[in-house]
Write a protein that binds this ligand. Structure first.
Ligand code: WTA
Length: 653
C-alpha cells in the first residue's frame, strides 16, 4: 500500500536544478533554520557538547575540546561505550522490541534475518563474553574479515563493547592485503566466515583467511558458518562462532572507555604503496557519527535506513552500523549486488522493507542509469524520504536521474563529502535547510570549520578553485593518528599548511552562500567505483611480477566507475608482451590487492616519460590517456618516449 505520497522538496523558481525543502520536510526536520550554522560557528565546542548531551555517558567530560600542535582531544575525561550507545540505551528506554537490523541475503528466496534491539544486544553481549573468554582484553586489536552478514555488525559491536579495537578488512581484499593489515596492527584474533554468496555463486572466504595468517600474530580464528561450504579447521586455532557462543550469558557489562581511547583502526589508501591505519577514538567519533546520521538523513524512530556500503569501508562503519544504531532506527544489511538476480534488486529490497533512507555511491547510480529506468519503475519506492550519496563527485546526469527515477522528484539528495580520516560526514546540505544542487555537496556541517585555500594557505576568492582544508576546532571524529606512525600523520595531513590546517587532499570551490563543490583528489589517490585506491598500491602490486621492470599507474575518467587505473608496464630485457602476460598481470593485482584494483588497460611500453632526475612524469601519462593537451614536455629527459606512447594509447589530443 503506497498511501499518500508527501513531497519533501520543491524547485527553486529562479535557479534551474536547485531544490529547497517543502514545509512538510521543514516541519519534520531536526534543524530547519540556517541560523544553526552561525550559532555553531560562534562556539563549536559548545555546539558539539550539546550534541554529546544526546548520547549516554557513564561519566561526563570536564572540557569539550583542547588542542596542542598535532594533537587535539574532545570531551576530555568523559567515559562512554559505543556498543552501549548503539544497543543498551534503546533497550533501557523500552525500545527493545523495535527492529534494529534487517538482513537481506543474496539468494532472493532465502529468508531475511531480522533482529530487534533486544535480540541484537543479547547476541552482541554473548559474543563479547566469548571474546573475553578467548583472552581478548581492552586495547587488543581484533581483525574482522567478514561478508555482509549480521555477524559483521555483531562482531564490531562486541569488540568495542569490551574495549578492544577492531580492524575490519573488506572481504574482497586479497589474503596479502589482509595479512599486511593484521601484521601492521598486531591482531591476535581474526573473525571470518566459511564463505558467502555473490551473483548466485558460493565464494569461499576461510581459505583466503588461512593464506593470510602465516607470519602474523593471530592465535585464534573465529569462523561464522554462513555458506555451509566444507572448510578445514586448524585444531587449537580455529573455532566456530556458534560454538564459542554456546553457554555465554546475554549480559556483558560494557567497558567504560575514555573519550580518547582508541575505538578502531581502519586502513585506507594514501599516496604510498602501503595503506595506513587511521585511528578513531571513542567519544568524538560517537558524537559526530550520531549527530550527522541524525541530521543528514533526518532520522526518526520509524525510519528504515539502508546504507549500501560494505562494512569494510568507513561508510559501512559509520552509516550502516554505528550511526543508525545509535539513532535507534532499523539498519539494512545486504549481502548481494545490484545486478543479481536482475537489475531491479535494490529497488525490490526498498519496496520489500519499506526503506525510507537510501545512501549509496554515484558509481552505483551511474550503473543504474545505464540499465534504465524500467527497473525502478517496476517497484513501489514511495517509502523513500531521503536519498544520499558518498565517495566521489556526482555528475549532474546521475544526480537528476537519481532524483527523478528513485526519489520520484520528492526526496532531497544529500551529497555527503567526507573521508576515512574524518570518520563522519563533514560537508553536505541538511534536509530541512537545503539547497539541494547537483554536483554541489553543500555547506560544512554546523560546528565544522572548512575553507578553500591556495598553495600558500591563503583563502581563495569566492568561486575560485583551491584546496579544501579543515580548521580548529577540528571535527570531533577526525582521526587522531596513523597507527604506529606519528611522523607520517604529521607529514600526510599537516605538512602543506602546518598544524593549524588539516589538508583533506581534495580540490574544491565555494559559492557566495558557502556551498562547496568538490572537484576531486589532488594527490595520487583514485576513487574507483567509490573505492579508494592509491596509484602507488597498484604499481607496487604489478612490480612484484617477475617479468616487470618498471611500472607507472595513472587514473583515467570512466563513465560508470568515475575513475579507473591504467598501467604502463616496462618489461625486463628480452621479454615479449603478450595477451597472456596481460592476464597474468591482472592476476597479480588480484593476488596482492583484490579485483577492485584491476587496471582497465595495461599498456606495454619501451619507456615512460621521466624528469631529468629520473622521476616518472605521471602528469604526462595522465594527459596521454585522457586525450588532454600534454603541456610542456621539453624538460623531459626522454621526450621521444611520449611519441611512442601516443601510438600505444591512440592519443588524439
Ligand atoms: C572522495 C569515503 C566528492 C574525496 C567516505 C575524499 C567525495 C575521498 C565525496 C575519501 C563527495 C568522498 N563528493 N568526493 N560527496 N565523498 N569523496 O576515505 O576525494 O574512502 O577525499 O571515504 O572520497 O574516500 P574514503
Amino acid at each position: 500500500m503506497a498511501g499518500k505520497v508527501t513531497k519533501w522538496v520543491q524547485p527553486d523558481p529562479k535557479r534551474q536544478n536547485w531544490y529547497w525543502p517543502t514545509d512538510a520536510l521543514r516541519e519534520r526536520a531536526w534543524v530547519s533554520d540556517a541560523k544553526v550554522y552561525e550559532q555553531a560557528a560562534a562556539d563549536p565546542p559548545s555546539f558539539w557538547a550539546q550534541r554529546a548531551e544526546e548520547i549516554v555517558w557513564f561519566k561526563k567530560w570536564t572540557k569539550a575540546y583542547e588542542e596542542e600542535p598535532y594533537a587535539f582531544r574532545w570531551f576530555v575525561g568523559g567515559k562512554l561505550n559505543l556498543s552501549y550507545n548503539s544497543l543498551d540505551r534503546h533497550v533501557e528506554a523500552g525500545k527493545g522490541g523495535k527492529v534494529a537490523l534487517i538482513w537481506e541475503p543474496e539468494p532472493p528466496d532465502e529468508p531475511n534475518r531480522i533482529f530487534t534491539y533486544k535480540e541484537l544486544l543479547d547476541e552482541v553481549a554473548r559474543f563479547a563474553g566469548a571474546l573475553k573468554a578467548l583472552g581478548v582484553r581492552k586495547g587488543d586489536r581484533v581483525g574482522i574479515y567478514l561478508p555482509m552478514i549480521p555477524e559483521a555488525v555483531i562482531a564490531m559491536q562486541a569488540v568495542v563493547r569490551i574495549g578492544a579495537v577492531h580492524t575490519v578488512v573488506f572481504s574482497a581484499f586479497s589474503p596479502e592485503a589482509l595479512r599486511d593489515r593484521l601484521l601492521d596492527c598486531g591482531a591476535k584474533i581474526l573473525i571470518t566466515a566459511d564463505g558467502y554468496f555473490r551473483r548466485g555463486k558460493l565464494i569461499p572466504l576461510k581459505p583466503q583467511a588461512d593464506q593470510a595468517l602465516a607470519g602474523t600474530q593471530v592465535q585464534k580464528v573465529i569462523v561464522v558458518r554462513r555458506a555451509g561450504n566444507e572448510i578445514p579447521l586448524t585444531p587449537g586455532r580455529d573455532v566456530w562462532y556458534h560454538e564459542v557462543l554456546r553457554g555465554q550469558s546475554p549480559v556483558c557489562q560494557p567497558e567504560e572507555m575514555d573519550a580518547e581511547d582508541l575505538a578502531f583502526i581502519l586502513y585506507t589508501s594514501g599516496t604510498t604503496g602501503k595503506p595506513k591505519g587511521a585511528m578513531h577514538t571513542t567519544g568524538g567519533y560517537a558524537v559526530q557519527v550520531y549527530a550527522t546520521c541524525k541530521w543528514d538523513f533526518n532520522l526518526h524512530d520509524d525510519d528504515v535506513h539502508w546504507c549500501t556500503a560494505d562494512v569494510g569501508w568507513i561508510t559501512g562503519h559509520s552509516y550502516l552500523n554505528y550511526g543508525p544504531l545509535m539513532n535507534g532506527v532499523a539498519t539494512v544489511v545486504f549481502e548481494g549486488t545490484p545486478d543479481f538476480p536482475d537489475f531491479g534488486r535494490m529497488w525490490a529490497v526498498i519496496a520489500k522493507h519499506r526503506v525510507t533512507v537510501y545512501y549509496t555511491a554515484p558509481t552505483a547510480i551511474r550503473m543504474h542509469v545505464k540499465w534504465g529506468e524500467e527497473w525502478p519503475k517496476k517497484y513501489d519506492l514511495s517509502s523513500l524520504r531521503v536519498l544520499g550519496t558518498v565517495g566521489e563527485p556526482i555528475n549532474e546526469e546521475a544526480w537528476l536521474w537519481y532524483f527523478e527515477h528513485i526519489g520520484g522528484g520528492r526526496c532531497p539528495i544529500i551529497d555527503t563529502w567526507w573521508q576515512t580520516e574524518t570518520g563522519a560526514t563533514c560537508v553536505q546540505a541538511l534536509p530541512g535547510i537545503g539547497p539541494f544542487i547537483p554536483t554541489v555537496a553543500g555547506r560544512p556541517f554546523p560546528g565544522i570549520q572548512a575553507k578553500i585555500v591556495d598553495a600558500g594557505g591563503t583563502p581563495v576568492k569566492t568561486g575560485e578553485g583551491g584546496y579544501l582544508v579543515l580548521e580548529p576546532p577540528f571535527p570531533p571524529a577526525l582521526l587522531r593518528g596513523l597507527y604506529g606512525d606519528p611522523e607520517k600523520y604529521k607529514g600526510t595531513y599537516f605538512a602543506e599548511f602546518g598544524p593549524k590546517l588539516y589538508f583533506t587532499r581534495d580540490g574544491a570551490r565555494m559559492d557566495e552562500m558557502g556551498n562547496i563543490r568538490i572537484t576531486g583528489r589532488v594527490d595520487d589517490v583514485m576513487n574507483v567505483a567509490g573505492h579508494r585506491l592509491a596509484t602507488a598500491e597498484v604499481e607496487d602490486a604489478l612490480s612484484q611480477h617477475p617479468l616487470v621492470s618498471e611500472v607507472a599507474v595513472v587514473s583515467k575518467p570512466d563513465e560508470v566507475k568515475g575513475e579507473v587505473p591504467v598501467a604502463f608496464v616496462l618489461l625486463k630485457k628480452g621479454v615479449q608482451p603478450s595477451p597472456d602476460l596481460q592476464k597474468e598481470l591482472i592476476k597479480t593485482v588480484d593476488q596482492h590487492i583484490g579485483p577492485t584494483a584491476r587496471p582497465a588497460a595495461i599498456y606495454f611500453a619501451e619507456d615512460v616519460p621521466k624528469t631529468r632526475s629520473g622521476k616518472i612524469m605521471r602528469r604526462v601519462l595522465k594527459a596521454l590517456v585522457r586525450g588532454d593537451p600534454l603541456g610542456d614536455i621539453s624538460t623531459l629527459r626522454n621526450p621521444e618516449s611520449v611519441e611512442e606512447l601516443k601510438a600505444v594509447v591512440g592519443y588524439k589530443g
